[in-house]
Write a protein that binds this ligand. Structure first.
Ligand SMILES: N[C@@H](CCC(=O)N[C@@H](CS)C(=O)NCC(=O)O)C(=O)O
Length: 212
């Protein structure tokens, strides 16, 4: 049985869920909060980070590693292009999203405005939010230039698209949106990508968790 451990609101857990759905792979979502000391989870994720994953062959942590494994074991439908340049571009966009966009959208905005007040009973630090948001226009300029034929960095849906869109979903939970007048291609990309069934199903579930 395939099991994914993690909290649905984590952008990294969502990234793997969307990859699994895109590949039509069934799985059980085992709800686990980041840092949980659940022994089955910690055996897979020694750092306590979500997501973690196991199937009949392997136990893994880290969304990028899990997605790389899924792509190798279940190559079709593909999430990484065969062409070497397009393949590397998709991996670069994934890395950019997991580092730069995570820092802005999730650590800087979602964590301060949602996790701290609603899950930890702590006031948000709006100075940290403002510092993160100061980096958002540069990131949007960069991503606007990567938009091509409805996708990022190329003309097919890739893991790079998933990794970028999942971070912007958390930015939205934190009450911030991409300005469609200034970054029209990026705004359209996000609207279309987050409306894909693989994303929309996750987001509908998350909305229910957040009280509608
Ligand atoms: N590189 C990891 C990052 C995972 C990550 O940072 N997850 C966060 C939740 S969004 C977490 O578990 N944080 C807990 C911690 O850092 O202790 C991945 O891609 O899975």
């Amino acid at each position: 049985m395939t099991v994914l451990f993690g909290a649905p609101l984590s952008p990294f857990v969502r990234k793997v869920r969307v990859a699994l759905a895109h590949k039509n792979l069934p799985y059980d979502l085992q709800p686990v909060m980041p840092g949980s000391d659940d022994p089955a989870f910690r055996r897979l994720s020694p750092l306590g980070k979500v997501p973690a994953f196991s199937d009949d062959q392997v136990g893994l942590a880290d969304s990028s590693v899990i997605c790389a494994y899924l792509e190798k074991r279940h190559p079709s439908p593909a999430l990484l292009p065969a062409d070497p340049a397009a393949y590397a571009t998709a991996l670069w966009l994934e890395e950019y999203a997991d580092s730069v966009l995570f820092h802005i959208c999730t650590e800087g905005v979602f964590f301060e405005r949602i996790v701290k007040p609603h899950m930890r009973g702590v006031a948000p630090d709006e100075a940290k939010v403002a510092a993160a948001l100061a980096d958002l226009p540069g990131a949007c300029d960069y991503l606007e230039a990567q938009c091509a034929a409805g996708h990022l960095g190329g003309d097919t849906f890739t893991l790079g698209d998933i990794a970028v869109a999942t971070q912007f979903a958390n930015l939205g939970y934190g009450g911030e949106q991409v300005d469609a007048a200034r970054w029209p291609l990026l705004a359209q990309f996000l609207q279309d990508t987050l409306a894909r069934p693989a994303f929309a199903d996750c987001l509908a579930e998350e909305k229910a968790l957040m009280g509608g």
